[in-house]
Design a protein around this ligand. Structure first.
Ligand code: GDP
Length: 434
């Protein structure tokens, strides 16, 4: 999906505009431990066009002077976005900081739509014309607080979306490596590509800056490693900020079938690892936990099991994810990755016939009676798979409120014991039978 970034100096009202555009669709992360609500990235839609929205204002680069901060936020927008919404404030008029943002945006090729915020009443409209001096054409008058003018602004934004390049036929498995800075993502990218036959690199991805690399493994399976440019690119100050790492991860997750969550064996598990893994889980992607820098760990016969136990404790919601211990440095176990990714992909796209599924469900119910509430017993009539990626099952019942989460988990476990769904979340949805 195209990416839209909102930029502008502090206090122009970026988050109000962001929330207006994202509406109800802001990804609200529930249930997953360690994951906080992040308001810098959201899925949005206008007139049937889906896009992703970034609030660069949410990416704070600490210890930097004010001017450097806003310049860097503008650079992030240029790096990440297909269209930039440059937000200014009618109350202050054009400020020096606005001019500086404009200078940076002007030098890039990214299309910019200028929006003048806080135009809360019609009398202010005439002042909007002052902003022509910034050199981005017609300014759009909006009010984030009152929700005025957002539609016109979005019309202008989607007008500037890149026209879809002819889709290259893609029968490859798309995967990405995500993780906090320095866990070894780019080293792994290089090591994996070094071990396999690269067909095309620098495929321009669906978005401006996402560069994908195609390769085939020994057995001829095709893969696309997503967003390797973002990983390989180095040397910008904001690269190592946590919010930016999150943003990168969320974008990579969006564009992948399978996500490799990379941990650093030497440093163990940190909060940020949990947040990043939480997003991948929420997104319903296939997921593999890759513990890198295994060469740096002093090992005895229990080291691996011990580490695995800790991971299972810390990432309880990822109990379905396989764990591999690798080293980008010594290439240990890297050759196993293509097979593992393929297997997870097969599971992520697996379809179970209804008859087979219902055999499993009915056996499960016979072995462990359904829960009751106020003398009313849950009755399960039948189940059917309604989607893949991730496999999603609808279970028809007498009353969805009678389904207890522990019973739902029991059913999920029974399904997992009957079919190989390793590496993929599976979703169970209860519906009242009509
Ligand atoms: P990224 O920020 O996640 O892309 O991490 P990098 O790939 O830049 O790696 C960070 C540092 O860890 C670099 O100095 C790498 O050389 C080093 N590194 C990465 N993988 C390994 C590994 O498997 N073993 C060892 N010993 N060092 C590694």
């Amino acid at each position: 999906n195209p990416v839209v970034a909102v930029v502008g100096r502090p206090n122009v009202g970026k988050s109000a505009i962001f929330n207006r555009i994202a509406g109800e669709r802001i990804s609200i992360v529930e249930d997953t431990p360690g994951v906080t609500r992040d308001r810098i990235y959201a899925h949005a839609e206008w007139l049937g066009k889906d896009f992703n929205l970034i609030d660069t204002g949410g990416i704070e680069i600490s210890d930097q002077p004010f001017v450097t901060q806003i310049k860097q936020q503008a650079e992030i927008a240029i790096d990440e976005a297909d269209v930039i919404v440059f937000l200014v404030d009618i109350k202050t008029g054009v400020t020096d900081a606005d001019e500086q943002v404009a200078q940076i945006l002007y030098r890039s090729n990214t299309p910019v739509v200028l929006a003048v915020n806080k135009v809360d009443n019609p009398e202010l409209r005439s002042q909007v014309f002052d902003f022509y001096s910034l050199g981005f054409g017609d300014p759009y008058a909006v009010s984030g607080v009152h929700g005025i003018g957002i539609g016109d602004l979005l019309d202008a934004v989607i007008d500037k979306f890149p026209t879809q390049a002819a889709q290259i036929e893609d029968d490859s498995i798309r995967f990405s490596l995500i993780g906090r800075p320095n866990v070894g993502k780019s080293s792994l990218v290089n090591a994996i590509l070094g071990e396999n036959r690269v067909i095309v690199s620098n495929i321009a991805g669906t978005t401006r800056d996402a560069i994908d690399t195609r390769f085939t493994s020994d057995d001829g399976a095709k893969f696309t490693m997503v967003d390797t440019a973002g990983i390989k690119k180095r040397g910008k100050i904001y690269e190592n900020t946590e919010k930016y790492a999150m943003l990168r991860a969320m974008r990579a997750i969006d564009n992948s079938d399978i996500v490799l969550v990379v941990l650093n064996a030497e440093e163990g598990i940190r909060e940020q690892d949990k947040r990043i893994a939480g997003y991948a889980h929420e997104a319903g992607r296939g997921l593999i936990i890759v513990v890198n820098k295994w060469d740096l760990v002093d090992k005895n016969t229990h080291t691996l099991d011990g580490f695995e136990t800790i991971i299972r404790q810390e990432f309880q919601y990822l109990s379905y994810a396989p764990i591999v211990f690798v080293s980008a440095e010594t290439k240990q176990r890297l050759a196993k990755l293509p097979k593992l990714i393929q297997r997870v992909y097969q599971n992520h796209t697996k379809r179970i016939k209804s008859a087979t599924l219902n055999d499993v469900l009915m056996d499960a119910i016979a072995a462990n009676p359904t829960p009751t509430q106020n003398n009313k017993r849950l009755r399960v009539f039948y189940g059917t798979q309604v989607a893949i990626q991730p496999p999603t099952f609808v279970v028809f019942v007498n009353d969805p409120d009678l389904m207890h989460f522990s019973y739902e988990r029991y059913l999920e476990n029974q399904i997992r014991q009957s079919f190989d769904f390793s590496g993929t979340p599976i979703h169970l949805i209860e519906r009242r039978r009509k």
